[in-house]
Design a protein around this ligand. Structure first.
Ligand code: GLU
Length: 398
């Protein structure tokens, strides 16, 4: 008898979190590692949000809540969609879960079956393919190009489509590339979703982190037809520096939300009561702190992209959103350090960690081996120091 299920045997830990843990354990040993690993804002959760949580505790709001979230929070989410995206949802079309990942996981469990194909444009966020596979469906990886800002084109989509296609995953702005889709691009994709009859899972968690007047559009807002076949996955973690609070939410057709509710009611029950109250304040309280954080991210982005592009042999797409850059380091593949050959993004990430003491996430984990992901949700001081270390270490490769 095998102890583990086949499901568990074939699963490896999330590489973003694993690298983060490795960097932290090196730091705990007194090694000064600069971590460009996990995408987690370095800012503290804004004060008004913390106060709302403290009030919830003082008020004794510490018991079970409805499985899919309290009405107050659903109403705040409904308000957010109306205010920011001109989308109208009912409470029955919203569910709150324990983080964006949990939202996506439960959604996958609710709509995918064996035999279903799910198109995942690469570079993709690390956990999409495993979560699709855990729901017994098949991730179909659709390559994109750096020249096209890593965005899937209608032609690329056409190639990946089969009669088994159940959904396309869109993540705009993107983790790991920072690219984002324009209205025209979304219209082309939406047109295909309608004519070929597939769902779009739109991960909009980086909606608010956009630069240079880029206008975020939710594909669900393009038409009623599109709204019916879009499921939006969202959360408060990235916008409000609330990664540890674990509040994600999903908006979509009532039938799907109701199935997710059943899954949640048999597994995790409600997300934390206190964190739900804090999230109400996050979504409908003052938004000034968000602007401050985004302008700090924008400064860092400018610095990091300019500096990376000055390193010989490195090219880096200039992101329009999120807090990652995805530079191409492949011109260094084939070079060696102390007799050890760097052949891929994993070797180079190991080299950066061991020699430069800088943690990055290898591009291969996002389905794109020429690249490394660098999160700039960290201080400008660390960014300067980390890039200097990367630059110096690359000179050692011959
Ligand atoms: N989504 C963040 C990242 O990509 C946090 C870690 C994770 O959940 O994967 O770094």
């Amino acid at each position: 008898m095998s102890v583990l299920s086949n499901r568990a045997k074939s699963l490896k830990p999330s590489p973003t979190l694993a690298i983060n843990a490795k960097a932290k354990s090196m730091q705990a040993q007194g090694i000064h590692v600069i971590s460009f690993g996990a995408g987690e804002p370095d800012f503290d959760t804004p004060e008004n949000i913390k106060q709302a949580a403290k009030k919830a505790i003082d008020d004794g709001f510490t018991k079970y809540t409805p499985v899919g979230g309290i009405d107050d929070l659903k109403d705040a989410i409904i308000k957010k969609f109306q205010r920011d995206n001109q989308l109208t949802y009912k409470r029955s079309e919203i569910i709150v879960s324990c983080g964006g990942k949990h939202s996506f996981y439960n959604l996958a469990q609710a709509i995918f079956d064996q035999g279903d194909e799910v198109i995942v444009p690469a570079p993709y966020w690390v956990s999409y393919p495993p979560m699709v596979s855990l729901a017994n469906a098949t991730p179909v990886i659709a390559e994109t190009t750096e020249e096209n800002a890593f965005k899937i084109t209608p032609e690329g989509l056409q190639k990946a489509l089969t009669p088994k296609t159940k959904a396309l995953i869109l993540n705009s702005p993107s983790n790991p590339t920072g690219s984002a889709y324009t209205r025209e691009e979304l219209e082309a994709i939406g047109g295909m979703a309608v004519s070929k009859n597939f769902f779009v899972i739109s991960d909009e968690i980086y909606e608010k982190i956009v630069y240079d007047d880029f206008k975020f559009i939710s594909i669900a807002s393009l038409s009623d037809e599109m709204k019916k076949r879009t499921i939006i996955v969202h959360g408060v973690a990235k916008t409000y520096a609330m990664t540890g609070w674990r509040i994600g939410y999903t908006a979509g057709p009532e039938e799907i939300i109701s199935a997710m509710n059943n899954i949640q009611s048999q597994s995790t029950s409600n997300p934390t009561s206190i964190a739900q109250k804090a999230s109400v304040e996050a979504l409908i309280g003052p938004q000034g702190e968000v602007d401050k954080m985004v302008s700090a991210f924008a400064q860092r982005r400018n610095y990091i992209v300019d500096r990376l592009n000055k390193i010989p042999g490195v090219s880096c797409y200039r992101p329009v959103g999120s807090f990652y850059v995805f530079p191409n380091f492949s011109s260094y593949y084939g070079k060696s350090f102390q007799g050890k050959k760097i052949e891929n993004s994993t070797h180079l990430a190991d080299f950066f960690l061991e020699v430069a003491r800088v943690a990055v996430v290898p591009g291969v984990e996002f389905g794109a081996d020429p690249f490394e992901r660098i999160s700039y949700a960290t201080s400008m001081g660390d960014i300067k120091e980390g890039l200097a270390r990367i630059e110096e270490s690359l000179k050692k490769l011959g």
